[in-house]
Design a protein around this ligand. Structure first.
Ligand code: URA
Ligand code: CA
Length: 434
C-alpha cells in the first residue's frame, strides 16, 4: 500500500477499506507516514467526508493505537458521559452521585482543565484531603461497592488522536464532522465505556456554533457508537450563556451539592436530569427515559444522591462535612457586586467572556503551567430572560486580590441588558437516541 494512492482515492471521494484506514492510522502513529502526507489526507477527508463504515474503522484504529482501560472487573454496564465543553459546566460532579444512586456504575476518568475553570479533577481538589490517585484494584473495588469513583487520567490513551489533533489544529482541518466524531468516540471507547451519553453544546460559548452543526456531530457520534457496539445517546444543549450560576472551582462544587439536594439552578438541574435519564436507561436501570427520570428525581428527594456524594468524598480522602456545610470549601478573601446600570431584561450573557472573566480572577489556567486559585470565580444572579432593576446585583465576584478591574470590566461587557422583554432560551434543543 502507498499513502499517495490512498490520498488520491479519498480526494476522488471513494470509500477506503478497513485495511486502508488501519494502514493510514498505524503508519502515522509510528511515524512512517510524514505530516505532509497526513495533512493532505486530512484535507481530502475534510472535503470528501467519510462513510459510516469508514468513521467506525477510523475510531477503532485510534482506540487501538494505544492503551485501553479494561473495566470488565466492574459489575454492570459502564456508562460514560462526554460533554463537548462549556462554561460553568458542573454536570459531571452532579451526574456521578446522581446516577450511581440509581445503581449505574460510574467509573470516571477525568482531566485537569485548560480554560475558564479547572476540570473535574481540579474541582474535586477544592475539597480538603480529596485525592484522585487510586490503584486499578482500589478503583474497581470502590466502584463495585459505592458505584462511583473518579480518578485522574493515566496511561497512553489514543496516541493517534493526540498526534492527529495537533496536526489538524495547524492545517485548518479541526472542524470536520468525521474527524471530530471519531476523535471524541475513540477517547471514550479507550477509557472502557460500554455505553456513552453525549452532551453536544451549541451557541457562542461552544465548539459547534449552530444547532445544525451540533446535530450533525451528535448523529455522527451516535452512529459510530452503533457501528462499534457501544450504545450511544446524545442531546444538543444550549451554551449561549453559562450553565448554572457559578463559574469557579469551589463555587461550582457548592452548586453541585445544592443541585444534589434539589436546590440547584433550574437549568443545571434539568440538564442533569435529561443526561442522567439517558445514562440510567443505557445502564439498564430503567426501560424508558420517563422511568429513569422518575428514579433520578426520587434519589434527589430522598437524599440518596447526596448520601452517595458524601460517601464518595469520604472514600477518596476528602472531608465529607462539606456536603452539609459548603462554607468549608476554600473561600475568597474579597467579594464585589456587579450592579445593573439600567433596568430591563437580560438579553445575553456572552458565555466565553463570562468564563474568561473567571479565568482572569484565577479560576482557570491560561497555560498548562498556571496555578489555579480554587476559591475564586463568580456567581451570576440573573440569567437570560430575567427582569432586572437599576442597581440590582447581576453577579458577585469572588477574588483573592483587590484589583479585579479587568475581570469586572469583561464581565460587565458580557451581560447585555435590553429595554425589550427577552425570552429565556431553550436549554435542551434535541434528544438523539439513535
Ligand atoms: N474535541 C475532541 O476531543 N476532538 C476533536 O476533534 C474536537 C473536539
Ligand atoms: Ca450568548
Amino acid at each position: 500500500m502507498r499513502m499517495v494512492d490512498l490520498i488520491e482515492k479519498k480526494r476522488e471521494g471513494e470509500e477506503l477499506t478497513p485495511a486502508e484506514i488501519r494502514y493510514v492510522i498505524e503508519g502515522y502513529t509510528k511515524g512512517d507516514i510524514p505530516d505532509y502526507q497526513m495533512s493532505s489526507f486530512l484535507m481530502a477527508v475534510y472535503f470528501q467526508d467519510m462513510t459510516d463504515a469508514e468513521r467506525a474503522e477510523l475510531t477503532m484504529a485510534m482506540v487501538e493505537s494505544g492503551d485501553q482501560i479494561d473495566l470488565s472487573p466492574i459489575e454492570g454496564i459502564k456508562v460514560d458521559k462526554h460533554s463537548t465543553g462549556g462554561v460553568g459546566d458542573t454536570t459531571t460532579l452532579v451526574l456521578g452521585p446522581l446516577v450511581a444512586a440509581c445503581g449505574v456504575p460510574v467509573a470516571k476518568m477525568s482531566g485537569r482543565g485548560l480554560g475558564h475553570t479547572g476540570g473535574t479533577i481540579d474541582k474535586l481538589e477544592a475539597i480538603t484531603g480529596f485525592h484522585t490517585e487510586l490503584t486499578p484494584e482500589q478503583f474497581t473495588e470502590q466502584v463495585n461497592e459505592l458505584k462511583l469513583a473518579v480518578v485522574g487520567q493515566s496511561g497512553n490513551l489514543t496516541p493517534a488522536d493526540k498526534k492527529l489533533y495537533a496536526l489538524r489544529d495547524v492545517t485548518a482541518t479541526v472542524s470536520s464532522i468525521p474527524l471530530i466524531a471519531s476523535s471524541i468516540m475513540s477517547k471514550k471507547i479507550a477509557s472502557g465505556a460500554d455505553a456513552i451519553v453525549l452532551d453536544v453544546k451549541t451557541g457562542d460559548g461552544a465548539f459547534m456554533k449552530t444547532p445544525e452543526e451540533a446535530e450533525k456531530l451528535a448523529r455522527a457520534m451516535v452512529r459510530i457508537g452503533k457501528e462499534t457496539g457501544r450504545q450511544t445517546m446524545a442531546i444538543i444543549s444550549d451554551m449561549s450563556q453559562p450553565l448554572g450560576y457559578a463559574i469557579g472551582n469551589s463555587l461550582e462544587v457548592k452548586e453541585a451539592i445544592d443541585t444534589l439536594k434539589g436546590e440547584g439552578p433550574q437549568d443545571l438541574t434539568e440538564l442533569c436530569l435529561v443526561l442522567g435519564s439517558q445514562m440510567v436507561v443505557l445502564g439498564g436501570q430503567a426501560d424508558s427515559l420517563e422511568e429513569a427520570r422518575g428514579k433520578l428525581e426520587e434519589v434527589i428527594r430522598n437524599g440518596e444522591a447526596l448520601r452517595v456524594f458524601r460517601a464518595f468524598v469520604e472514600r477518596q480522602g476528602g472531608n465529607p462535612a462539606i456536603a452539609d456545610d459548603p462554607d468549608l470549601l476554600p473561600q475568597a478573601a474579597h467579594t464585589f457586586t456587579l450592579e445593573a446600570e439600567a433596568a430591563g431584561w437580560v438579553a445575553d450573557i456572552v458565555a466565553d467572556d463570562a468564563g474568561t472573566a473567571a479565568m482572569l480572577l484565577g479560576a482557570g489556567r491560561a497555560t498548562k503551567e498556571s496555578e489555579i486559585d480554587l476559591a475564586v470565580g463568580l456567581v451570576l444572579h440573573k440569567k437570560v430572560g430575567d427582569r432586572v432593576e437599576q442597581g440590582e446585583a447581576l453577579a458577585t465576584i469572588y477574588a483573592n486580590s483587590e484589583d479585579i478591574s479587568e475581570a469586572k470590566e469583561l464581565l460587565k461587557k458580557s451581560i447585555l441588558i435590553s429595554g425589550d422583554e427577552v425570552k429565556a432560551p431553550e436549554l435542551i434543543l434535541e434528544v438523539v437516541t439513535g
